[in-house]
Design a protein around this ligand. Structure first.
Ligand SMILES: Nc1nc2c(ncn2[C@@H]2O[C@H](COP(=O)(O)OP(=O)(O)OP(=O)(O)O)[C@@H](O)[C@H]2O)c(=O)[nH]1
Ligand SMILES: [Mg+2]
Length: 304
């Protein structure tokens, strides 16, 4: 199943219950249920919303019999993975980063009013009732920003996926041609104290440094370390390629993200001046040093 980080859903509060025609008591209809979007750590991505587009809360009960007020409709909770942004009309209305975070996206309709409410000294047996009102309706966009610690980025075919596999053992597509990665891949990294960190590999940028059509680059937003892969074998000056990637990436980075430039196809004993680390991935050289530095940096800065 392809990974999905965006969805658009239609939400609707429950209709308010009708007022009741009765001559014994006031009979209000119950309010309709509300719709909430709730972060739930059981959810991993937004794939299920491809087929689950319409979400409507329960209607309020009609005012009836002995009860003064119809029962309120049940609220509807839509579970999404932590890290989901909720948007209405293009504006982010909530960032549900932690399990249990919630936001209301549709009000329930108001309950109607029963005839008894219209009684007065001159109007002893009113027969008018007011029906309940419809619940609020809206289209809501969901965008997932995964809780990743580090992200692999760079020009095509520079070894990002190969580095993910070497660092974490994750299964990712590694291939000797550009644009082989089409879906994000995640890999785990563990530090000495057993803390687990997540590294993500993305389809990312085109050769000219602009984001690809479905780049998933938004997934860099929560990463604290950006692993920027640069192939030393490319004849174009590395500084030019690095600058191009930085421009393309800038809109997607979190405020405190650190960038580590990693030279690939390189000799770790002789790193180029522009790189923080050098690796030869096929030979497995420089990988352990990079993994340790990453674990230390992520563990050391982990404020959780
Ligand atoms: N010898 C050697 N080969 C490497 C190194 N890094 C990557 N490769 C090879 O280069 C090719 C591309 O690697 P990928 O990991 O698929 O590159 P990528 O950046 O993920 O590419 P896209 O996802 O297509 O943008 C593969 O054949 C890798 O085996 C390296 O450091 N040394
Ligand atoms: Mg790749």
């Amino acid at each position: 199943m392809p990974f999905t980080d965006r969805a658009r859903i239609h939400v609707e509060g429950g209709h308010g219950g009708g007022g009741c025609l009765s001559f014994r008591r006031e009979k209000y209809g119950g309010r309709g249920g509300r719709v909430f979007v709730v972060a739930d750590e059981q959810e991993k991505d937004l794939t299920r919303f491809r087929h689950a587009v319409h979400h409507k809360a329960q209607a309020g009960g009609n005012g009836e019999g002995r009860v003064k007020r119809g029962r309120a409709g049940d609220d509807l909770e839509i579970a999404v993975p932590p890290g989901t942004r909720v948007l209405r009309d293009g504006e982010v209305i909530a960032r549900l980063d932690h399990h249990g975070d919630r936001v209301q996206v549709a009000r329930g309709g108001d309950g109607g009013v029963g005839n008894r409410a219209f009684r007065s000294s001159t109007h002893q047996a009113p027969r008018e009732t007011v029906p309940g009102t419809p619940g609020e309706e809206a289209w809501v966009s969901l965008e997932l920003r995964m809780d990743v610690d580090a992200a692999l980025v760079g020009l095509p075919n520079t070894g990002k996926s190969a580095l993910l596999v070497a660092l974490t053992g994750a299964g990712a597509v590694v291939a000797p041609y550009a644009y082989s990665t089409r879906e994000p891949a995640l890999g785990p990294l563990e530090d000495d104290e057993g803390h687990l960190f997540t590294i993500i590999d993305l389809p990312g940028l085109s050769e000219d440094g602009t984001p690809r059509d479905h780049s998933y680059l938004e997934q860099c937003e929560r990463a604290r370390i950006i692993l920027h892969c640069v192939d030393v074998d490319d004849p174009e000056p590395a500084e030019d390629r690095i600058a191009r990637v930085r421009v393309g990436l800038a809109p997607y980075l979190g405020e405190d993200a650190e960038e580590w430039v990693i030279a690939t196809h390189a000799d770790p004993a002789d790193p180029p001046a522009w790189a923080r680390f050098a690796v030869e991935i096929e030979l497995g050289e420089g990988i352990d040093a990079l993994r340790e530095a990453l674990a230390q940096a992520l563990g050391g800065t982990a404020a959780r």
